[in-house]
Design a protein around this ligand. Structure first.
Ligand SMILES: Nc1nc2c(ncn2[C@@H]2O[C@H](COP(=O)(O)OP(=O)(O)OP(=O)(O)O)[C@@H](O)[C@H]2O)c(=O)[nH]1
Ligand SMILES: [Mg+2]
Length: 318
């Protein structure tokens, strides 16, 4: 049987091999993704994001165990845009998620920065597709919250959980630009530490101030108020409630038009990202050697303005 056939029939080694090929984004990757794509669209994709050390991996581990207890399969993608090596993150995740080791209903993949943030977001989106095709019912994506990367990866998720912790500076953490908008649920983790209620209150107040959620982009309040759930990931406290909140959000999306609208929005963003990448690659291969450097030099010397330089590059493409 070929690789895709073996993956679809549940072969874990075929899955690992496919993920590696897709991550490398070589010639085979696009063919593989093309063959897998008709088998995707079944998994519910959950993004877990938050500042470094807030307990995301511990929470993902607890959440995955809870899902397994309910007989559901879970794929996990841990993405670390802050580390150029997967070694450290991988080791940490292995320790944090060791309870899941050896369970065929769970598959964990750690990914670190590959070249650019955009490259990482692309690779993560492709790995999610592979796990979806492989039949995992829930795919959990952990991203360290560092601005653009978390937003890009959150775009690939159906439900986004923002993890915050109590303590000094948390109000700042919670109101960090962009984070309020991407959270479908908020987990105040390390609720065993002082200040959890305060952090929950701070998020609650920000919700009151935030513009009406318009995730569908159709100009209407979409009716979902992100719940704020206190958790102690290390003890599993609140994890059940978090899981039920995620499932409630999933049900909410599947009611009415929400899911279709969100999916179309996601597909649109995905197509735009691929288009941008492809056009840039295509252009780069067509521009004569040295042309780019020469233009940079001319713009630098103020002999040419940037718009005219781009016009020349586009003309070179024709
Ligand atoms: N007290 C307490 N500690 C926790 C809790 N959850 C996680 N921790 C601890 O916090 C530390 C960081 O946990 P991780 O799960 O690695 O956090 P993370 O957000 O995945 O970290 P990065 O991926 O490095 O950003 C570990 O020492 C955990 O044991 C909690 O609910 N309470
Ligand atoms: Mg982690």
């Amino acid at each position: 049987m070929d690789l895709v056939g073996r993956l679809l029939s549940g072969d874990r080694r075929a899955l690992a091999r496919t993920i590696s090929l897709v991550e490398d984004n070589g010639a085979e990757a696009h063919t593989l993704l093309g063959e897998l794509y008709p088998h995707t669209g079944q998994a519910h994709i959950i993004g877990i994001t938050g500042a470094p050390g807030t307990g995301k991996s511990t929470l993902v581990n607890a959440l995955a165990k809870d899902y397994r207890g309910r007989g559901m399969t879970v794929g996990i993608v841990a993405v670390d845009p802050t580390s150029p090596f997967s070694g450290g993150a991988l080791l940490g995740d292995r320790i944090r998620m060791r309870d899941l080791a050896g369970d065929p209903g769970v598959f964990i993949r750690s990914m670190a920065t590959r070249g650019s943030l955009g490259g990482l977001a692309r690779a993560a989106a492709d790995v999610i597709l592979v796990l979806d095709a492989a039949g995992f019912q829930r795919v959990v994506v952990e991203t360290v919250g560092v601005g653009q990367a978390e937003v890009e990866i959150a775009n690939a998720a159906h439900t986004v959980v923002v993890v915050v912790t109590p303590g000094l500076g948390d109000e700042v953490q919670a109101i960090k630009a962009g984070v309020m908008e991407i959270g479908d649920l908020f987990a105040v983790n390390k609720a065993d530490q002082e200040g959890a209620d305060h952090a929950a209150m701070a998020i609650h107040m920000m919700q009151g101030l935030a513009p009406k959620d318009d995730a569908q982009g159709d100009g209407t309040d979409d009716g979902w108020v992100p719940p704020i759930i206190k958790t102690v990931a290390t003890h599993g406290t609140g994890v059940d409630e978090l899981l039920l909140g995620i499932e409630a959000h999933r049900d909410y999306l599947h009611q009415g038009k929400h899911f279709g609208q969100r999916e179309r929005m996601r597909v649109l963003k995905e197509l735009e990202a691929i288009l941008q990448r492809e056009l840039l690659t295509r252009l780069r291969t067509r521009v004569p050697p040295g042309k780019m450097e020469a233009l940079v030099e001319q713009v630098h010397r103020r002999e040419l303005d940037p718009y005219s330089a781009v016009a020349q590059l586009l003309a070179a493409d024709a």
